[in-house]
Design a protein around this ligand. Structure first.
Ligand SMILES: Cc1ncc(C[n+]2csc(CCOP(=O)(O)OP(=O)(O)O)c2C)c(N)n1
Ligand SMILES: CC(=O)[C@@H](O)[C@H](O)COP(=O)(O)O
Ligand SMILES: [Mg+2]
Length: 642
């Protein structure tokens, strides 16, 4: 047994939620204690989203004890807090494979378990999905109650309100549990967060509040009194109820989400009496029960492997600064030169690196909360006012703001600068977080300039180029993690729009790279040269406008042309193909291959393993080039490829 494996005699008897339901209530707090120890122990070995999972340990036990999962549909918003739920629902034996190749996903996933009725990883979808299940139940589908568990950060997104607006009007029996830990990844922002804090502040007086008399009656006597008092208090102080009540929900809470003596009776009362939508406001502590997590500024939102005793996390041995930090520094330099440069983040200040600019220019960096759609249009408004906004959003999350990119930015030709982090495959977070599609979805837009950084120096140039580009929207993408270690320029150079660069010239095969896979292309070129093929390597820098002249030149002077990108099909390769086709350059016997992510989702693993599964290693590029060039040379001797 590994040294940190806790003893868990009660939890050992729980193979699934039905076992939990056989236990007396008096055992459930102890189950939660053992479950917390198991989560800490497992995540110390795997890394992952620890703080959020620790915050919902009691909640997970109580929900599974009261509701009839999997018939009742439990939908965890984001899903990053689902580790206790996975342990309780038959996945304990694989919990130490979390976020690894062939292991458990770090999020809820339909394919993994019947207890995960709805997959997630992007936030604020749970209420909509739960309402969908509710309608399914009411229309005779074999499904029970639906329960959405959503955090205070995630409930700031517009989608959650769209869902509550709809659910309140539908008036169907469903449950929304607001898990309020007064934290997002960073401290939460915005008026909604202040509003929830106000409700939370009522806690000593309003232990329980429900405007429905019948609901109060279902509570145990001590709570009933509290509920009545709260009702009088609230109705006395203000004519209106909470925002949730205005939206048509019955509001219950706030209650202490770590106290089984509050959780169990409240959930049971709700379960017994609810006839319409109910919102149960549960207050929790992110990182609860693990001192290093509770004491840290981010409550151990996402951790690498760590020492359970000390909480010390394994340090990544980065030989080079991360792309994110290089972006943050370059942005700060631009902001120092130009007072019109502003930055927007949607709840990811440190993830995107705009926190670096915020240290020097706090009034010019705007964290809008989890609200990508608003972030994009807000940036568009700022651009229309004459400011120079950088809208820094991960590729995968920008998907949520796509109509805003099209309608509010591109169509109006507004110069919003999109800094697109996490381009390509990201590793442990898996396919939900892969930056796979932005080349295609942005490349399709008239007037959009699209760049991809081959290394950190290139990223610095692209930040400078974007800052200087007032002619319309411009985007630049770069991957998660450490850069290549190249020398960074003192100041970013303004690149000529639509011009690529040739790294070296050969005669047989041309490789045209777009983005950070240039490293693999360099390696592939070396393999090919060793095998006797003469290679040209070019970095396109721009997908739009494409360097037409360069592409035509590569097409006409080589037997084979290979494009390489860290993105899905319908991306850079497609743009190259369409350009060549339009020029008639495909009519002359050129062998062309477009290398991109395959047309399937790639499960979590390390980024290298994921790129291997995607067929995008240096070896894959070399093999593809050889075959395209019609060479029979044995181009990949063992030992050459890393
Ligand atoms: C659409 C979208 N934007 C951003 C994120 C990144 N993200 C993941 S969790 C999180 C914070 C969520 O806060 P909350 O819902 O309060 O849960 P907690 O982490 O506090 O448990 C953010 C911003 C995401 N998953 N989805
Ligand atoms: C759950 C979620 O969406 C974030 O916590 C995400 O996992 C962060 O990813 P990075 O570690 O790449 O910032
Ligand atoms: Mg929170």
């Amino acid at each position: 047994m590994p040294k940190d494996t806790p003893t868990t005699p009660l939890l050992d008897r729980v193979a699934g939620p039905s076992d939990l339901r056989q236990l007396p209530d008096s055992d459930l707090a102890e189950i939660a204690r053992e479950l917390r120890a198991e989560v800490i122990s497992a995540v110390s070995e795997t890394g992952g989203h620890l703080g959020s999972s620790l915050g919902v340990v009691e909640l997970a036990v109580a929900i599974h004890a009261v509701f009839n999962t999997p018939m009742d549909k439990l939908v965890w918003d984001v899903g990053h807090q689902c580790y206790p739920h996975k342990i309780l629902t038959g996945r304990r034996d694989r919990i130490r494979t979390l976020r690894q190749k062939d292991g458990l996903s770090g999020f809820t996933k339909r394919a993994e378990s019947e207890y995960d009725p709805f997959g997630a990883a992007h936030s604020s979808t749970s209420i909509s999905a739960a309402l969908g299940f509710t309608v399914g139940r009411d229309m005779g589908r074999p499904t029970g109650d639906a329960i959405a568990v959503i955090g205070d950060g995630s409930i700031s997104a517009g989608m959650a309100y769209e869902a509550m607006n709809n659910a309140g009007a539908e008036g169907r029996r469903m449950f929304v549990i607001l898990n309020d830990n007064e934290m997002s990844i960073a401290p939460p922002v915005g008026a909604m967060s202040s509003y929830l804090s106000g409700l939370y502040a009522n806690e000593p007086l309003a232990k329980m509040k429900s405007l429905a008399e019948g609901f109060e009656a279902a509570l145990p006597a001590p709570m009933r009194e509290g509920a009545k008092r709260a009702r009088q208090l609230v109705t006395g102080v203000s004519e209106s109820g909470t925002l949730f009540e205005e939206l048509g929900f019955e509001y219950v809470g706030p209650i202490n989400g770590h106290d089984m003596d509050q959780l169990l009776p409240v959930l049971r009362a709700a379960h017994t009496r609810a006839t319409g939508p109910v919102l149960i406001h549960v207050c929790t502590v992110k990182g609860k029960g693990y001192t290093p997590a509770e004491a840290s500024a981010d409550c151990y939102h996402g951790v690498s492997k760590f020492d359970v005793e000390t909480g010390a996390q394994a340090k990544k041995s980065a030989s080079a600064p991360s792309y994110t930090s290089v972006f943050g520094q370059a942005l700060t330099q631009e902001a120092a030169r130009d007072p019109n440069v502003v930055a927007v983040t949607a709840a990811m200040p440190s993830g995107t690196g705009v926190n670096i600019m915020a240290e020097r220019f706090p009034n010019r960096v705007f964290d809008v909360g989890i609200a990508e759609q608003h972030a994009v249009t807000f940036a568009a408004g700022m651009a229309a006012s004459g400011l120079r906004p950088f809208c820094a959003i991960y590729s995968t999350f920008l998907q949520r703001g796509y109509d805003q990119v099209v309608h509010d930015v591109a169509l109006q030709g507004l110069p919003v600068r999109f800094a697109i982090d996490r381009a390509g495959l990201v590793g442990a977070d898996g396919p939900t977080h892969a930056g796979a599609f932005d080349i295609g979805y942005l490349g399709a837009l008239p007037g959009m300039t699209c760049m991809a950084a081959a290394d950190e120096a290139e990223l610095t140039h692209m930040v400078a180029t974007a800052a200087a580009h007032d002619e319309g929207p411009i985007a630049f993408r770069y991957p998660r993690g450490a850069g290549t270690g190249v020398q960074l320029p003192e100041r970013g150079e303004i690149l000529e729009i639509g011009k690529g660069r040739v790294l070296f010239e050969g005669t047989d095969v041309a490789i045209l790279s777009y983005g950070a896979h240039l490293t693999e292309c360099l390696e592939a070129a070396e393999i090919l040269e060793n095998a006797g093929l003469s290679v040209t390597l070019a970095d396109a820098r721009f997908a739009k406008p494409l360097d037409r002249e360069l592409v035509l030149q590569l097409a006409s002077h080589h037997r084979a042309l290979i494009t390489v990108e860290e993105g899905a099909m319908c991306g850079f390769g497609a743009i190259v193909l369409q350009t060549l086709a339009a020029e008639g350059a495909l009519d002359r016997g050129l062998a062309i291959r477009t290398m991109h992510l395959p047309d399937r989702y790639i499960d979590q693993a390390s980024p290298d393993e994921m790129y291997e599964a995607a067929g995008l290693t240096a070896r894959d590029i070399a093999l593809t080039a050889t075959q395209a060039a019609g060479s029979t040379a044995d181009v990949v001797p063992f030992g050459v490829v890393k």
